[in-house]
Design a protein around this ligand. Structure first.
Ligand code: DAH
Length: 357
């Protein structure tokens, strides 16, 4: 009787599994692969020796060998996985940089430090100008009820003036009762309600924030954009105060050679209302394509608060008067930096972003 070539198979498997367990690195594993599962392994040598067996014995031995190979290959794959994980956490650990109490993970130096985007920095400088003029900064929600975005601003349901704002509605509550705010004007209502509730009139505030309209983006419009709203409620406020604030702001923000003018306009929440224009920053008033040869660019709207708005929030318009204004922050950035196409503000092209660091 010839002894089976597989008589030591169990021992060989044990030895292979021990070798696998003792592997300590991915490099070592790759180096050992030919002798564990590859051509130079004992399993391959045994495979070749089966050729001399009778067909039936060969089939049995083949099955045994296949099972042995499966066990070894599985153990080897598992060990390789473990080693890869160890290698990954070691790499992460060596990339950690201790910065005092702060640990930054996976950063390679020199790093490209980020900076506020153009819209954010424009918003900050606008706030600075108004704070210097005695205004405080306040914010309101981006999702509003119909009451704040329209009704309290003297825009009743189905009023044709609603057509001025292409509105995104939120599917919440009754249809068309919750909106993404189309302007920052609803924040005026919140401030006035709060001031009435806490008996803290007068108000001198600016309210920056994000707004949304169902607009197709083009060179001068974005569907998500930013406005800054202004509100003054005090005793004896006149249109001259409004014009003075707009002119002071324009020169402080755009420079002494840019001025403002007010033209009659219409907004349901102000009476009288005006459109507020500034000297075209591209041609400095000479007339060019951007300003349609007029020398002026429209920035926003303004006016004296309509008594209907005071009524809506419970302020006595016999005692208090006030003005409001609102204009686009993105538009300001565009005019100050002469950006031809506003869509550059949302494309995140680093070549554009870097110019405003
Ligand atoms: N909310 C207006 C708009 O988005 C702009 C505006 C006009 C704001 C007149 C005001 C204002 O506060 O008094 O078109």
């Amino acid at each position: 009787m010839t002894s089976s070539p597989l008589k030591d198979l169990a021992r060989h498997v044990e030895e292979l599994l021990a070798t696998v367990r003792e592997l300590t690195s991915m490099d070592g594993a790759l180096e050992a692969e030919p002798t564990i599962t590859g051509k130079r392994s004992i399993l391959s040598t045994l495979q070749k020796s089966l050729g001399s067996l009778e067909p039936e014995a060969r089939r049995d031995a083949g099955a045994q060998l296949q099972e042995a190979r499966r066990v070894v290959e599985e153990a080897f794959a598992t060990r390789k996985n473990e080693l890869a994980q160890v290698a990954r956490s070691e790499a992460l650990a060596s990339d950690r940089i201790e910065l005092g109490d702060v640990i930054v993970q996976n950063v390679r130096w020199p790093v490209d430090a980020g900076h506020p985007g153009l819209v954010a920095s424009t918003q900050r400088s606008l706030e600075d100008v108004f704070v210097a003029m005695g205004f405080r900064v306040s914010e309101g929600p981006e999702v509003e009820s119909d009451w704040y975005n329209f009704e309290a601003l003297n825009i009743p349901p189905a009023h044709p003036a609603r057509g001025l704002w292409d509105t995104f509605y939120v599917e919440l509550g009754d249809p068309e009762t919750v909106v993404l705010r189309t302007h920052t004007s609803p924040t005026q209502i919140h401030l006035m309600e709060d001031a009435v509730g806490s008996n803290s009139l007068p108000i001198h505030a600016v309210m920056p924030g994000r707004c949304f309209r169902r607009d197709t983006p083009d060179a001068r419009h974005l569907a998500t954009f930013h406005q800054i709203e202004g509100l003054v409620v005090d005793r004896g406020i006149t249109f001259a105060d409004l014009a003075g604030v707009i002119e002071t702001f324009t020169r402080a923000f755009f420079g002494p050679d840019i001025s403002s003018r007010l033209r009659p306009g219409f907004f349901p929440f102000t009476e009288p209302s005006a459109e507020f224009e500034i000297t075209c920053t591209i041609c400095h008033g000479e007339g060019c394509r951007t300003c349609s040869q007029t020398g002026w660019i429209e920035l926003g709207g303004c006016g004296m608060l309509d008594p209907a708005v005071f009524d809506a929030v419970g302020i006595d318009s016999e005692v208090w008067s006030g003005f409001a204004f609102g204009f686009g922050i993105d538009r300001c950035a565009q005019m100050r930096h002469q950006i031809a196409d506003m869509r550059a503000l949302i494309e995140n092209d680093v070549r554009f972003l870097r110019q405003f660091s």
